[in-house]
Design a binder for this molecule. Sequence first.
Ligand code: IPM
Ligand code: MG
Length: 333
Amino acid sequence: MTKLAVIEGDGIGREVIPAALEVLDAFGLDIEKVPLELGYARWEKTGTAMSEEDIDTIKDCDAVLFGAITTVPDPNYKSILLTIRKELDLYANVRPIKPLPGVMGVTGRSDFDFVIVRENTEGLYSGIEELHEDFSTTQRLVTRKGSERIAEYACKLAKERKNRLTIVHKSNVLKSDKLFLDVCRETASARGVESNDMLVDAMAYSLMMRPENYDVVVTTNLFGDILSDMSGALVGSLGLLPSANIGSKYAFFEPVHGSAPDIAGKGIANPLAAILCVKMLLEWMGEKRAPLIDEAISYVLQKKIVPPDLGGNSTTAEIGHAVAEYLKKLLMA
Ligand code: IPM
Ligand code: MG
């Protein structure tokens, strides 16, 4: 049995996660769900956004399904997301960028399918920083070990795909990226993966102009954060991008989008990113039927059961329900 911590969080997290769970339930798997209330709403009620016990509860589970959390306006607040990534040592942030049938992004094309593999524990997110009255610093720590394990992960993924790796960096300016680039190159050559590299600024442009050139893209923490949101424009909406944070023991699944307080509570949030997170969770669990989720989503989009960000007027719950119902038919067939 898999033990799954379920953290809806705040804002639209509370809407998209129930829709995603309906899809998960359609599989009828032996999964124990452990609901946890963390985040801004919890902080407003109790003064704490997350406690040590919550971390223990999460560590007692195998995986986490996470919605989104609104940043708590307390100067001592430590990002819950970053804390969990660190505590569970979730070193690989995997973000597939693949258009859905019939949904066009800003470039009007759909001939691409790549995955951003973002280093998730160090770089500019190492948390080594100081804030003073007149200056502040943030250390960008890149280690050989950290670079090696993300490079290994990316190479393994590349081998399951087109065996092509693009290493994204800014080593013309940053020494820390020189180490990252060298380690990724060495790893790719040791694993027999064809690799090339791109400076991150050139990559931002190239992804918009020629997204079809890429298969697996490996990069450091902040660059991966930025390039993945940008890639939301390629697929037509940030509401379509799922992500998996993978470690050697645990895995944590979250939509790339945030809690979107401006549209929260209206039932109009796009649940497809969260539903695609369920697909990634099932793949991580080794569930062979996970790709049926793609089929069910295609069917629902074709039936024009579409959320407002994609030009429709269906609600979050209606979309989740429609995907789950069609999935049940596919699962019975
Ligand atoms: C993401 C988010 C987070 C990040 C924030 C909320 C800390 O933007 O998952 O991409 O920067 O990693
Ligand atoms: Mg981000």
